[in-house]
Design a protein around this ligand. Structure first.
Ligand code: PNS
Length: 183
């Protein structure tokens, strides 16, 4: 028997056929989505085949907008990004990743003040499930911006038109008027 007949046949598979779908999740409360979030999701969309913007439901926190309202706003403002879809989840983020075959968590970092807690969560998530976190520095234009501040400024009648998409701005004005009327 020749040497050749004993050799294991190694079938070479072209790299392209074994390439995994690069799917990332960009989680948050999105109460409501701001221009800072949109900046991150647009840049993440260029790095992954699919980016899932996931509204994480926190039952202990009372939102200004319902989860369905947040999802509708997110869908509207990401509709120009073909690789992006919007979803929601109640529970651990790592369980979402496991269930939906997500290998990367994307997080925006605005300033050093975000870093401590984000690092802790990234390490916890890595240890729980092996899922990696990619930190994306936000555009300095939006480094001061948060959903909480937008809500506070809008509630007192401050101008936030340049900080959120137009559709969100309209809904903030309506919600602020509703609150005023009921108090
Ligand atoms: O927009 P936020 O409120 O800063 O987002 C925080 C969020 C929702 C991403 C974070 O609280 C989270 O991942 N919650 C899901 C529950 C979970 O997995 N907790 C353990 C984190 S290590």
């Amino acid at each position: 028997m020749s040497y050749a007949s004993h050799r294991t046949v190694v079938r070479r598979v072209p790299a392209a056929t074994v390439r995994f779908m690069r799917r990332a999740v960009y989680p948050g409360s999105y109460d409501p989505v701001t221009n800072g979030h949109i900046d991150v999701v647009e840049r993440a969309a260029g790095l992954f085949d699919e980016v899932i913007v996931a509204v994480l439901i926190n039952k202990t926190k009372n939102g200004l907008f319902t989860v369905d309202e947040r999802i509708d706003m997110l869908r509207e403002v990401t509709s120009h990004l073909p690789g992006v879809r919007v979803d929601s989840w109640h529970g651990l983020l790592v369980d979402y990743c496991k269930t939906h075959d997500v290998n990367v968590i994307v997080k925006g970092l605005r300033a050093v003040s975000d870093f401590d807690y984000e690092l802790q969560m990234a390490q916890m998530n890595q240890q729980l499930s092996g899922v990696e976190t990619l930190f994306m520095p936000t555009n300095p234009l939006w480094s001061f911006l948060s959903s909480s501040l937008v809500k506070e400024v809008a509630a007192y009648g401050g101008d936030v038109a340049h900080l959120v998409p137009e559709t969100v701005h309209r809904k903030l004005l309506v919600r602020a008027a509703e609150h005023k009327a009921s108090h």
